[in-house]
Structure formats: structure tokens, C-alpha cells
Design a protein around this ligand. Structure first.
Ligand SMILES: [Zn+2]
Ligand SMILES: [Zn+2]
Length: 340
């Protein structure tokens, strides 16, 4: 089969490799679509201590079952496979933090992912119900995006959005547009403002339900008004120096700040204890998702409650993997999907 093999930072090559063999309880998937995630770009660019090369990256995966060694899934079924399988036994898992499992099995990290024509699905994914059916009505491309919806759902749930809330989403990438839709369609938040850099992305944010969009350079003029109204939830989908500064400027009484986006290097949060105390601020990070939230996200995607077609802007073949990663990095389109 053809697979894109990651061999270290800036090294990824499309090679002819053996089709993986499967054991009792496992599945072999004919990969149909893989979402290109900024995490893949990060690993490709700078490497990652958790990803040992050689490795096939890609964790937003859908496909057709080509071989099954479990009675629970049949050959020919269309399925989505969750990105991560938590052990459910470590102390984090037992504390309800299965998204931060210390023995997580993750596609594209410690097991081969989807940037290939075929992918082995380990038994624990099957046994834990992390292989989810995809009805015919859901396109392969949309079906591949259950994971970004699931991690978004996890982040927003931590911010406990209420219907009366004013929410400010900082960032205009694909995840920000998923957040916008979850806030409007699922949490029914009163007002969502998306702050971003790119005209075409902000336009899409409006189409997908944002009540207002703001170019970053215009934020300064609006800060006074926004703070007077009071920001309930501040959703930082991208963490870089300017966006963190903007977030700090926007904190008002009772703001819940959710840091969803990871940053390239550690950035200090300049905030004093008394302002956390007297403004009653809440600051939380968010990473990954739980098994329940993954299933909920799958239901939302299947029910068409999140418009993913409008978020997917480009598709690439497996041979164009570098182009796909570099395109995602350039922020030109919105979400890219690789079709092996
Ligand atoms: Zn992802
Ligand atoms: Zn665990």
C-alpha cells in the first residue's frame, strides 16, 4: 500500500509499505479521508517527544472496514475511528480526566494513523466502542471531523456556556468555526463574537452563525464597549503572543477563560491574583476529549447539527501530503482533508 511515513522533523515521504496485518479483535480499515490537523503540522515542522519516527501520522480518520476479526463490526461498514483510546484505569482516568490519560493509545502518536491507504485499528478501540458507524448520508470528509468537534465540545463544556452569555471567540481557524456553531446551535448562547485575522474566514464565521465578527486590528476600538457589556466566556482558540494579550485585555468580572489552542512556546499569562480574586475570574485549559464527548460529537455530526461542509475548503491526495500540511500551516483555506 501507499503510506506517508514521518521520519523526523521536515521529513515525510510517500512510500510503498506492507499492508498492516491484524490480530484477533482488530480491524483493517481502508482509509477514505483524514482531516489535516494543526497537530500534524506541528509534528512535521518541529517533531514531538511523544511521536517516535517512523510513524504514520493522521488522527481524524474515517474509512471502510476491509477486514474484520471481531463479530461486532462487519466488512464494508463505514466507520469513524476515535483519535485516542484512554486506559480508563490510571489515576487521571479514574479522576474523570481520561483526556489526560497517562497511558493513552493515540493514532499518529504511538500507533500508526490514517495517512495511508490502510490502517490497523487496535482491539482496545473496538472494545471501548471507539469505532463508530457512519451512515451513508454523511460524507467521508465530514465524517473525518468528529474529532475536532469532540475536542471543541470538551473545551466549551469546561466554559459552561449559558444562554444569556456573551462569548468572544479569539481565532478564526476551522476549530473556531466549529466552536461558533456549537455555541449557537447546541449551547444556544445569546451572542457570539469571533475575532480574527482573515477576511474570508470571518465571512464564513458569519455564515455559520457568529452574531458579529471583528478584525483583530479593530478590537482595540471595541474593547471598552465589550467590557462594559461583560464577557462571560472568552474562548482562546489560538494561543500566540498577540492573542494572549488580547485575551488578558478582555477579562471582565466573572469571565471564564478557556485556553483551547496550544502555543509553540510557553507564554506567560500576565495576571495578578487580586484581579482573579476581585473579578472572580475562572481560567481553564482544555486538551483532547472524553469518550462520552466523542460519542456526543459523533451524534452531532451524524445528525448534521454542525455544518462541516462549509469548513472543509480543500482536499489533497496522499501524494500531496507535504503540500496539505504546508497549506494548513499557511492558513489560506479553512480545513483540509487528505483522501488516500
Ligand atoms: Zn486533530
Ligand atoms: Zn488512563
Amino acid at each position: 500500500m501507499i503510506g506517508a511515513i514521518y521520519r523526523g522533523p521536515m521529513k515525510i515521504s510517500v512510500e510503498n509499505v506492507e499492508i498492516p496485518s491484524i490480530q484477533e479483535g482488530e480491524l483493517l480499515l481502508r482509509v477514505k479521508a483524514v482531516g489535516v490537523c494543526p497537530t500534524d503540522v506541528k509534528v512535521y515542522r518541529r517533531g514531538s517527544s511523544s511521536v517516535q519516527a517512523p510513524r504514520i501520522l493522521g488522527h481524524e480518520v474515517v474509512g471502510e472496514v476491509a477486514e474484520s476479526r471481531t463479530p461486532s463490526v462487519s466488512v464494508g461498514e463505514r466507520v469513524n475511528v476515535a483519535a485516542d483510546s484512554p486506559c480508563l484505569e490510571c489515576s487521571n482516568c479514574r479522576r474523570g480526566l481520561e483526556n489526560i490519560c497517562t497511558s493513552m493509545q493515540s493514532l499518529g502518536v504511538n500507533i500508526d494513523g490514517g495517512y495511508a491507504q490502510f490502517m490497523r485499528v487496535p482491539r482496545e478501540f473496538v472494545d471501548k466502542g471507539l469505532v463508530l458507524p457512519l451512515p451513508d448520508g454523511v460524507s467521508w470528509e465530514s465524517g473525518a471531523l468528529v474529532e475536532p468537534v469532540a475536542v471543541s465540545l470538551h473545551a466549551l463544556s469546561l466554559g459552561r456556556p449559558r444562554e444569556r452569555d456573551l462569548t468572544v471567540v479569539i481565532g478564526d481557524g476551522p476549530n473556531a468555526l466549529i466552536h461558533t456553531q456549537l455555541l449557537k446551535n447546541i449551547f444556544h448562547v445569546r451572542r457570539v463574537i469571533v475575532v480574527g485575522l482573515m477576511e474570508h474566514r470571518l465571512k464564513q464565521a458569519s455564515i455559520l452563525g457568529a452574531d458579529e465578527t471583528l478584525k483583530v486590528q479593530d478590537l482595540g476600538k471595541e474593547i471598552g464597549k465589550l467590557k462594559e457589556e461583560g464577557i462571560d466566556l472568552l474562548d482562546l482558540t489560538i494561543a500566540n503572543e498577540p492573542s494572549v494579550r488580547e485575551a488578558m485585555d478582555l477579562l471582565t468580572a466573572g469571565t471564564k477563560l478557556v485556553i483551547f489552542g496550544g502555543s509553540q512556546t510557553d507564554l506567560p499569562l500576565r495576571i495578578d491574583t487580586n484581579s482573579v480574586h476581585y473579578k472572580q475570574l475562572t481560567i481553564t485549559g482544555s486538551t483532547g476529549t472524553t469518550v462520552d464527548e466523542y460519542r456526543k460529537a459523533h451524534q452531532l455530526v451524524v445528525a448534521g447539527q454542525i455544518n462541516l461542509d462549509k469548513i472543509i475548503s480543500h482536499t489533497f491526495s496522499l501524494y500531496e501530503i507535504r503540500k496539505a500540511l504546508e497549506f494548513t500551516e499557511s492558513q489560506q483555506g479553512l480545513k483540509s482533508v487528505v483522501i488516500p
